[in-house]
Design a protein around this ligand. Structure first.
Ligand SMILES: [Zn+2]
Length: 233
């Protein structure tokens, strides 16, 4: 989509129904983040949909129908500016349905650069991770441990890569070897998010439910993401 072009009506309808797919959804989210008039249109449509759903399910059908005649599994976009903001934050942070959590890769290694020779291997792994080559990222991180300061990072990235590579059970094993409470922020929070997503994908629903309140209480972006996860449960 051309950045100078505002959102098309059909796209707005699909967006509030949660029916748009990547990369279009991210492009539109970027535009909404910058364009107050499109954000307002999306807010209005979201509020309309939410109101219709709360009044009577039948009333939803009076609203413009999405292009694809299919309802989302979750009622995302439950109206109002807060929801729009939360979704834009989520998109920018990389979370989406199905639940996933992408670790940051920018500026991660700078503070560690003088530390050890392991940095090259972590750098290679992060390049795979950034390009969503999760199997290669995981195999680069598997095996030998790193020197002390980076070992926790190695395990958190490895667990995240394994989850994305559809091995949540392997990820849960890796995380079990990690004392997240002893890890400084923000990595403790990232580690908890990776754990939550691994539990969800590994069908460990009790563990996921037990962990979520720790995340939803946070006042940072992780808290925003976790509150969205809680809404979707
Ligand atoms: Zn616009």
């Amino acid at each position: 989509m051309n950045r100078e072009t505002h959102l098309e009506a059909d796209h707005v309808v699909d967006l509030v129904h949660g029916l748009l797919e990547e990369p279009l959804r991210s492009e539109l989210a970027d535009h909404i983040a910058r364009c107050e008039s499109c954000a307002e249109v999306v807010r209005l449509r979201s509020a309309e949909l939410e109101l219709a759903r709360s009044e009577a399910p039948a009333a939803v059908h009076r609203l413009p129908a999405p292009l694809r005649r299919r309802w989302p599994r979750y009622a995302t976009w439950t109206g109002a500016a807060a929801a729009v903001l939360a979704m834009v934050l989520l998109w920018q942070f990389g979370a989406s349905e199905p639940i996933e959590y992408r670790l940051p890769v920018a500026n991660v290694l700078e503070p560690l650069r003088s530390d050890t020779g392991d940095i090259a291997r972590l750098e290679a792994a992060l390049a795979h991770y950034e390009a969503k080559r999760y199997t290669q990222a995981a195999s680069t991180l598997q095996g030998s441990e790193f020197a002390k300061p980076m070992e926790a990072l190695r395990r958190i990235y490895l667990a995240s890569a394994l989850t994305h590579a559809d091995d949540p059970v392997g990820a849960i094993d890796v995380l079990a070897s990690l004392d997240l409470a002893a890890i400084p922020e923000p990595w403790r929070g990232h580690g908890l998010c990776v754990s939550y997503v691994a539990y969800v994908h590994g069908d460990r629903n009790d563990d996921a439910a037990a962990l979520l309140p720790q995340l939803t209480q946070r006042e940072d972006r992780i808290g925003d993401i976790a509150r969205e996860w809680a809404r979707q449960r």
